[in-house]
Design a protein around this ligand. Structure first.
Ligand code: UDP
Length: 317
């Protein structure tokens, strides 16, 4: 079996590469390295069943890829994903989720491959329904600073559904809630790498706003398990599935947990709340439980311990 993974050098994409190689698949990774990093593919690099194509999936694909048959599954994970990254690359973000998604859908159709699109909890915007179930349409500012990501992902979702309805593409969509783990980029600006790098460096933890906004943090291994099950399931074609950890906590509480596990006294530095930063976010994962028999297993404490260890190790190399 052969899987093509876009965004293979990214945080989640590279964990997927390792998982599918481990499961005995042949894996083709694509990435333009805009926000991804080849360091994330060091483990996969020497594997005989792994190949990597450095290219922009929003541009016409190299013939070596588009003419190659025998791809059974396409996982589309290429996109800047942190608020800092997509603010820096708004047009690239819109392109990869629109033209890039179309290129992926066309390729999957040509190959007769299964398809999975990585969407996001950001499609719910500032949610008026809590927790967020897949049937909720969201509350997104269509022209705000986050819109390049939120609306691009919403467009990508609509595109996949259109390919499924009109062309019979066996596509499914996952909405990924906040995920963390080893290989997050230290400088990606998200709360997990920021707090860990700050704690390890003896700096104050930067809390945006009053810290009462909530998020629900899912360890990357749990997410990957959910993705593999979703991609493998015939019950998910034409369906959207939330994947995330339903344990909601405030950012202030999260700061306490990080400093406890890093064994440093908590010091905080207040920063202004960014515009349109969602005040609450928590997945309803009933559908994932029902269709995939999936729910997260790794506690925040265990996941953070592993993540902090990996950051500490990388810092010493
Ligand atoms: N945040 C924070 N300090 C930071 C980075 C982020 O307080 O150094 C907050 C941010 O305002 C948001 C939450 O943490 O409410 C999660 O932000 P992140 O950028 O990780 O992801 P988001 O869920 O907003 O996409």
């Amino acid at each position: 079996m052969r899987v093509l993974i876009t965004g293979a050098a990214g945080f989640i994409g590279s964990h997927l590469v390792d998982r599918y190689l481990n499961d005995g698949w042949n894996v083709v990774g694509m990435d333009n390295l805009l926000t991804g990093d080849m360091e994330n593919l060091i483990a996969a690099g020497g594997h005989p069943c792994f190949s990597f194509v450095h290219c922009d999936i929003s541009a016409p694909w190299p013939a070596s890829i588009s003419d190659s048959g025998g791809i059974d599954l396409v996982l589309h994970f290429a996109s800047p994903a942190s608020p800092v990254d997509y603010a820096r690359y708004p047009l690239e973000t819109m392109r990869v989720n629109s033209i890039g998604t179309q290129n992926c859908c066309e390729a999957a159709l040509t190959w007769g491959a299964q398809f999975l699109y990585a969407s996001t909890s950001e499609t719910y915007g500032e949610p008026l329904q809590h927790p967020q179930s897949e049937s909720y349409w969201g509350n997104v500012n269509p022209i705000g600073p986050r819109s390049c990501y939120d609306e691009a992902k919403r467009f990508g979702e609509a595109l996949v559904m259109a390919y499924w309805r009109s062309n019979g593409l066996p596509g499914r969509i996952i909405r990924i809630f906040n995920t963390y783990g080893p290989r997050m980029r230290r400088s990606d600006g998200r709360v997990v790498p920021n707090f860990i790098a700050q704690a390890l460096g003896g700096a104050a933890l930067t809390i945006f706003g009053d810290g009462r906004q909530t998020r629900s943090f899912c360890y990357v291994d749990d997410l990957v398990e959910g993705i593999v099950r979703c991609a493998d399931s015939s019950a998910t074609t034409g369906v959207i599935v939330n994947l995330g950890n339903p344990k909601e906590r405030t950012i202030l509480d999260f700061a306490h947990t990080v400093s406890d596990i890093a064994a440093v006294p908590l010091r905080v530095e207040a920063r202004p709340m960014p515009q349109d930063d969602p005040s609450r976010r928590c997945p309803d994962i009933s559908r994932a439980k029902e269709l995939l028999g999936w729910e997260p297993r790794v506690s925040l404490e265990d996941g953070l311990r592993r993540t902090i260890d990996s950051f500490a190790k990388a810092g010493n190399e």
